[in-house]
Design a protein around this ligand. Structure first.
Ligand code: TRP
Length: 336
């Protein structure tokens, strides 16, 4: 039976704490998928160093990330939870892909263009080859689906291209060709201060994101001071400005109601009502997760044990794929 479950895989970077957008857009859905799929969920720490990281902060963020996965309901008994750097096959397959991908296609990646433009000069090569590492993350586990946000669709497309390129080159089905699995509408949470961009972990404007580590008071304050518009009364969802729509979206995701239902409830009321009700929903949802997360963080021995088990399970699957690639490439197998 177990064998028949289809496989999914995804990951989040351990920079800073996870935020409401990661929870509603990703982890909450991943939790639901655990019943139906065989799941690999990782913290992509190798990806995090495409920008310079303070070592101690990176270590803490990685623990924080794994603790938030578990606190949010990812079950280490059921899913493989692991750290990318614990499975060396990721870096090894990424090298193969560095030799398989073209400068041209990597230059066309929207995220690279955005991030390198922001960086200005001294752009790390890792930022450029990042999609190859992501392709390795994915293809090692032969997943059917990769749940990602819209912004990562292009990277999954690149992953599929590399998989097909290798399969064709060696005339062998080495890699399964994965499909992106784009989350339900409404799960995309925008920055509270700048509602036309996605909620992000960057610390530039911490008021724009609700972090899983925020206190109830901080959450209330952030949601209540969300940017809306110069109007005052809630109208329909379609007429709502991006900021208002974001609040309606968050409310609807947390209360499992449609946008219309939420907009109707607040129609004709002042924005403040929607803000307070939404802030309370966020607090209600995140408070138990935060408590559980803090408990877990006080037990590093337990977290280390989870990471060890996860890495061992991941390693078995990853190594099998890597061996096939090495063999097809013409590397002599190591004598056991
Ligand atoms: N690049 C993804 C992001 O920034 C994170 C990521 C890395 C990922 N490797 C992955 C997501 C593999 C899905 C599968 O969001």
């Amino acid at each position: 039976m177990e064998e028949q479950k289809r496989t999914i895989l995804s990951g989040i970077q351990p920079s800073n704490s996870l935020h409401l957008g990661n929870y509603l857009g990703a982890v909450r859905n991943w939790r639901e998928m655990q019943q139906e799929y065989r799941c690999f969920y990782m913290m992509v720490d190798l990806h995090a160093i495409t920008v310079t990281q303070d070592p101690e902060t990176l270590r803490e963020s990685s623990y924080l990330g794994i603790a938030s996965y578990i606190a949010a309901g990812l079950d280490p008994e059921n899913s493989v939870l692991f750290l990318q750097s614990h499975v060396s096959a990721h870096a090894e397959l990424a090298w193969i892909f560095n030799c398989t991908s073209y400068m041209g296609e990597l230059s066309r990646m929207t995220q690279f263009k955005d991030k390198s433009a922001k960086q200005g000069k001294n752009i790390p090569v890792g930022l450029f080859t990042y999609p190859n590492l992501m392709a390795a993350d994915i293809l090692l586990y032969q997943p059917h689906y990769v749940p990602v946000g819209n912004d990562q669709k292009q990277h999954v497309e690149h992953t599929r291209n590399l998989a097909e390129r290798i399969n064709n080159r060696y005339q062998k089905d080495i890699f399964k060709i994965p499909e992106p699995f784009i989350g339900k509408q409404g799960a995309r949470v925008m920055d509270l201060q700048n509602p036309t961009s996605k909620m992000s972990k960057s610390v530039e404007n911490p008021k724009g994101a609700v972090f899983l580590t925020d206190t109830d008071k901080q959450i209330m304050k952030k949601v209540k001071s969300a940017v809306t518009d110069s109007g005052s009364e809630v109208k329909t969802y379609d007429e709502a400005s991006p900021g208002l729509r974001n609040l309606i979206d968050i409310n609807s995701a947390l209360s499992n109601r449609s946008h219309e239902e939420v907009a109707n409830e607040f129609s004709g009321k002042m924005y403040g009502h929607l803000k307070v009700a939404t802030a309370e929903l966020v607090v209600e949802t995140l408070a138990p997760i935060r408590e559980k997360m803090n408990q877990l963080l006080n037990d590093k021995a337990y977290l280390n044990k989870i990471l060890k088990t996860g890495a061992e399970s991941a390693q078995i699957v990853a190594q099998k794929t890597l061996n096939q690639v090495y063999d097809a490439t013409g590397f002599i197998p190591k004598v056991p």
